[in-house]
Design a protein around this ligand. Structure first.
Ligand code: PXG
Ligand code: PLP
Length: 445
């Protein structure tokens, strides 16, 4: 393979054989965009270019790629213990990591259930919520409430509470769920950070309670900041109001923090940053810096204790749930290394300090053609792009392709361009990125 072979030596048959996830396969295979290595905040493409990673992978690699401490931890672990059964036996790093995770969680979140991804975390949290009420003798509390534009991964539970129609449309009967309205109000367009208007939207939960009755509702699940649907920060007071209504009606509140936990908001969690404490927190992505797949569900002790108290004989399984790769030793090693770096290098404070520069730079794009909205929080940002006639999702795609040509990886999805900058991004990198985005959008037909 030559260094500048855009196909990295792949044959047509090899390219054809991989049914790629969430990808326009036919388009991709006509003109593949292949990454061959990565270091720090940059990928190296097969055609020999450096590409700035403006989404931290898929929101998962905030510490940049190839961090030496994570590489070393993974290498050592795979040599020492490559796999260990997740059921009925344990290995030390699983316990060391669970304790370490709790250091990042709000007070009282001290029990950690491991999964292999954010989607598994979502479904695990929904199952825990239903089973919790059943263990408490309230077996009618099964209904799940999500939110329009919510994203909770791709498994059946997650797409049922999720609020992105396209992710559910093809797949037939889902789990019974209802949805709150989203919080993306037209009057909040171009607001920096959290909008002031919209807390009242939480009161829609009262309507859903009137409809279904709280005696039938297990949980409400929301992302503190909706990520995948285009970085939608919560209106001031909205999450507090949801919390209050859940408390008043004995409904569990689940925060899906798969994107927001471990620094993206400039805080340990969205819960911390927005000052609202749920009952269950879902995590994944940044937990291992993306190096090895892993997720987890973190609960308050009273939830765990409910299962233990109703568990029957001590040798009996209290929660019939788990994955072959729960607490995978190599993932645990990557997780420990990642969280240690976040703590020792004070990375999350760094996110907080650079976030205003990002906000300022991103919002300079206001006024360019086709930009209908700009939203941001911490090191997450998004642009809503006006639909082209009859081609609602074309422009974001064209922008992302142009950006790739210019040496920047940004994500397009629906009508948005998303940015999730690496935690160590510099002001210079921010300015280069935003300038390139501006030039690209100006040049659109
Ligand atoms: N919950 C939330 C809140 C997420 O953001 C998942 C669950 C599912 O995680 P897994 O690991 O199963 O993918 C996610 C994932 C994007 C983008 O471009 C977002 C996600 C994944 C891929 C792309 O915004 N979120
Ligand atoms: N399908 C079959 C046939 C299995 O045996 C298993 C696990 O043993 C699974 C699915 C679930 O796989 P995982 O534990 O990786 O989620």
């Amino acid at each position: 393979m030559s260094k500048t072979d855009p196909l990295a030596g792949l044959t047509e048959a090899q390219l054809a054989s991989h049914w790629m996830a969430f990808t326009g396969n036919r388009d991709f295979k006509k003109e593949p965009r292949i990454v061959v290595s990565a270091q720090g905040n940059y990928y190296q493409s097969a055609d020999g270019r450096q590409i700035f990673d403006a989404l931290s992978g898929l929101w998962c690699s905030g510490l940049g790629h190839g961090h030496p401490a994570i590489v070393k931890a993974v290498q050592q672990q795979i040599e020492q213990l490559d796999y260990s059964p997740a059921f009925q036996f344990g290995h030390p790093k699983a316990f060391q990591l669970s304790e370490k995770i709790t250091e990042f969680m709000p007070e009282g979140f001290n029990r950690v259930f491991y999964t292999g991804s954010g989607s598994e975390s979502a479904d695990t949290s929904l199952k825990i919520a239903r089973a919790y009420w059943r263990k408490k003798g309230l077996s009618s509390k099964t209904k799940l409430i999500g939110r329009a534009r919510g994203y909770h991964g791709v498994n059946f539970g997650g797409i049922s509470v999720g609020g992105i129609g396209g992710n559910r449309a093809c797949f037939g009967e889902a789990v019974v769920a209802d949805h709150l309205p989203h919080t993306m109000l037209p009057e909040n367009r171009f607001v920096k950070g959290m909008p002031e208007t919209g807390a009242y939207l939480a009161d829609e939960l009262l309507e859903l309670i009137a409809l279904h009755d709280a005696s039938n509702i297990a949980a409400v699940i929301v992302e503190p900041l909706a990520g995948s649907a285009g970085v939608i920060p919560p209106p001031t007071g909205y999450l507090k109001r949801l919390r209050k209504i859940c408390d008043e009606h004995d409904i569990l509140l689940i925060f899906d923090e798969v994107i927001t936990a471990f620094g993206r908001m400039g805080a340990n969690t969205g819960s911390d940053e927005f000052g609202v404490v749920p009952d269950i927190i879902n995590i994944a992505k940044q937990l291992t810096n993306g190096a090895i797949p892993m997720g987890a569900v973190v609960v308050k002790q009273h939830i765990y204790d409910t299962f233990m108290d109703a568990g029957g004989p001590e040798y009996a399984v209290e929660l019939p749930h788990g994955h072959t790769y729960s607490a995978h030793p190599v993932a645990c090693a990557a997780g420990l290394a990642t969280l240690n770096i976040l703590q020792k290098e004070n990375v999350i404070n760094g996110v907080k300090s650079i976030a205003p520069a990002f906000e300022q730079s991103l919002h300079q794009l206001k006024g360019l053609q086709y930009i209908n909205d700009i939203r941001n929080y911490g090191l997450a940002g998004a642009l809503t792009i006006e639909a082209a006639p009859a081609e609602p999702f074309l422009r974001p795609y064209l922008i992302a392709m142009q950006m790739w040509q210019k040496g920047f990886y940004v994500r397009y999805g629906g009508d948005t361009i998303q940015l999730g900058l690496p935690f160590t991004v510099t002001e210079e990198e921010i300015n280069l990125l935003i300038n390139a985005l501006g030039e690209t959008i100006k040049a659109l037909d």
